[in-house]
Design a binder for this molecule. Structure first.
Ligand code: NDP
Length: 285
């Protein structure tokens, strides 16, 4: 039997549609939501991500501001801009596209963004709130993964979830969110022993490794749900995930493709966070 393909594009359109309705309500009661994006350096992938974020803002009726700097931008310049944007009451979200040019302390920049405008959910205040279950901006990719599972009515509570990868932007936060949804969570990484046996116990597998086709069909429990976060390129330049999709699709019960799976969800959640921020600034819920 072939697994159900979880269509991230479709789910992200639903989330963006909902954000657009809320953005319209914001506009009626004062002003449209506004996202400020800072792009520094000439990383081609970052340029594409920023362009896609701007396009999503247009779709949702969110005003977008873009600040572009060369690779020679100084930390002081970026900190100065963030300070200005922090105190601008018409700006709801601020994000600084990573990676930043070498020599710039990414943590210092991320931490300078006001937690109230940290729509990426990377600020330590938001990370702490997330871990203690308080209302906050959730990081977009992990929150998007939970949204996908909920949209597809895939039970999380009481299930074994195995997350492969422990980065601050994906692995750790998605583990925390799965735990908050009452999954029994195991986090694997490069030092994990018996990876195959551990993954085999999972009802839900989240692969966030950054290695093409690393998770193979023989590692999966029959009928499990597979969420593939990886974005990799094969030797011939084709996009692929961390899961060997062509074979895993016959072992899993549901699986996300790459592209068209988790990727679109990340931007949709960013739109949702920006609208949430605007609503709290305009004081309506
Ligand atoms: P990182 O490189 O920061 O983390 C990779 C993780 O994988 C690490 O925790 C590492 O372990 C673990 N790992 C590496 N090799 C192995 C191994 N052999 N066995 C088990 N675990 C291993 O990556 P990110 O979390 O930032 O990203 C992961 C992937 O997701 C990338 O392909 C990235 O492009 C993609 N991504 C996609 C997004 C989307 O919107 N769809 C958003 C963000 C990322 P250790 O900690 O021990 O080194």
């Amino acid at each position: 039997m072939q697994a159900e393909i979880i269509n991230g594009k479709e789910i992200s359109e639903f989330i963006k549609g909902r954000a657009a309705k809320e953005a319209e309500k914001c506009k009626v009661s004062g002003r449209e939501p506004c996202l400020a994006v800072i792009l520094a350096g000439d990383d081609p992938a970052s340029q594409i991500y920023v362009k896609n974020k701007r396009r999503a803002c247009e779709e949702c009726g969110i005003r977008s501001l873009q600040y572009t700097f060369g690779a020679d931008v100084s930390e002081e310049e970026l900190l100065g801009l963030i300070e200005t944007l922090n105190s601008d009451e018409t700006v709801d979200g601020i994000l600084c596209q990573l990676p930043l040019p070498s020599g710039i302390d990414e943590a210092k920049i991320t931490n300078a963004i006001s937690p109230e405008k940290d729509v990426d959910g990377f600020h330590p205040v938001n990370v702490g709130k997330m871990l203690s279950g308080k209302d906050c901006f959730l990081p977009c990719t992990p929150a998007g993964i939970i949204e996908m599972l909920k949209y597809k009515n895939i039970e999380i509570s009481g299930k074994n979830a195995v997350v492969i990868g422990r980065s601050n932007i994906v692995g750790k936060p998605v583990s925390a969110l799965l735990l908050a949804e009452n999954a029994t969570v195991t986090v694997c990484h490069s030092k994990t022993k018996n990876l195959k046996e551990t993954v085999k116990t999972a009802d839900i597998v989240v692969a966030a490794i950054g290695k093409p086709k690393f998770i193979t069909a023989d590692m999966l429990k029959e009928g499990c749900t597979v969420i593939d976060v990886g974005i990799n390129r094969t030797e011939n330049g084709k996009l692929c995930g961390d899961v060997d999709f062509e074979n895993a699709v016959f072992a899993a019960g549901a699986i996300t493709p790459v592209p068209g799976g988790v990727g679109p969800m990340t931007i949709a959640m960013l739109m949702q966070n920006t609208v949430k921020s605007c609503k709290s600034r305009l004081n309506f819920h």
